[in-house]
Design a binder for this molecule. Structure first.
Ligand SMILES: Nc1ncnc2c1ncn2[C@@H]1O[C@H](COP(=O)(O)OP(=O)(O)OP(=O)(O)O)[C@@H](O)[C@H]1O
Ligand SMILES: [Mg+2]
Length: 262
């Protein structure tokens, strides 16, 4: 029965291709199930969320993860070239992605303020829908996303909608970036308590140890661990060289990557 053989042969050929494609698809879906996107929040603005997210992006990319980045709302002076937000520029370079600006940074406010305050000053209301749809689209394009927050955990976006609400909608765990400067314990405990109140799972705390004064890493790690019961994922020293290889070296050495990916 020649026609059957033809079909059979054809299907064998297709099956071979399909098998490879299926294997790739299954491994991709499997990795996606295992790899959870993360929301990088911090105890305050300027605490180092962008630097830490960039270091994480370099490290996770170098160990073979197809990584995307997102900064839902950004504010400040717009860059003349490339992405308006400098944070988005830094993060895209670190992750080596070139996703459309309307997905990675759906809203940019040209003044340094929270989205809520920018709304009141500029009369541009923050829009949540494009942020959530951008997040969903990027989640389909990459195995894992690193989302950088704005300011701290209670930065207001709308009157009754804070960064906490955004994380809840994205349904992803948070990493809390904190600094070593005196006062950090208060800020970190408050941030953890708010996450707990909103039932946001916390992957862990990263101490960004870039201040010349401040607590010794050992005692800060001990106290934050005892006070919050949240894992301390590591402590990052002052970064002098933002090159790929330097960032990879620092982050691989000083962070518990296994725990971050667990
Ligand atoms: N580990 C570090 N080593 C050296 N400098 C650092 C480090 N972390 C932060 N900085 C410095 O602090 C500044 C603020 O850090 P960064 O932009 O990462 O903060 P942020 O939390 O992302 O702020 P924002 O709320 O504006 O997004 C950086 O421009 C850099 O000068
Ligand atoms: Mg930033």
């Amino acid at each position: 029965m020649p026609y059957k053989t033809g079909i059979f042969q054809g299907s064998i050929c297709n099956l071979d291709v399909l098998n490879n494609q299926t294997i790739r698809l299954i491994s991709h879906l499997f990795r996606r199930l295992l790899l959870k996107s993360l929301f990088v929040t911090g105890t305050d603005t300027d605490v180092g969320k962008t630097y830490i997210t960039a270091g994480l992006a370099v490290t996770l990319r170098k160990i073979g993860i197809d990584l995307g980045i997102m900064k839902p709302f950004a504010a400040g002076t717009a860059q003349k070239k490339g992405y308006k937000s400098e944070d988005v520029e830094i993060l895209s370079n670190a992750a080596q992605v070139n996703d459309p600006e309307d997905l990675v940074n759906p809203q940019f406010f040209p003044i340094p303020a929270s989205p809520y305050t920018a709304w009141k000053n500029l009369k541009t209301k923050p829009k949540i829908n494009p942020v959530i749809s951008g997040f969903k689209k990027l989640s389909k394009l990459h195995e894992m996303l690193l989302v950088e927050g704005m300011g701290g955990i209670m930065t207001p976006i709308l009157k009754d909608y804070f960064v906490t609400d955004l994380i809840k909608e994205m349904k992803i765990p948070a990493i809390i970036v904190t600094r070593a400067k005196i006062g950090t314990v208060n800020h970190t405990v408050m941030t953890v308590k708010m996450c707990e109140k909103y039932k946001i799972p916390i992957k862990g705390i990263i101490i960004n140890n870039f201040d010349s004064d401040g607590y010794k890493t050992k005692e800060l790690t001990r106290d934050l661990k005892n006070l919050t019961n949240v894992p301390i994922l590591g402590s990052i020293p002052f970064i002098e060289d933002m090159s790929d290889s330097a960032m990879y070296k620092i982050f691989k050495k000083n962070l518990n990557i296994k725990l971050i990916l667990k």
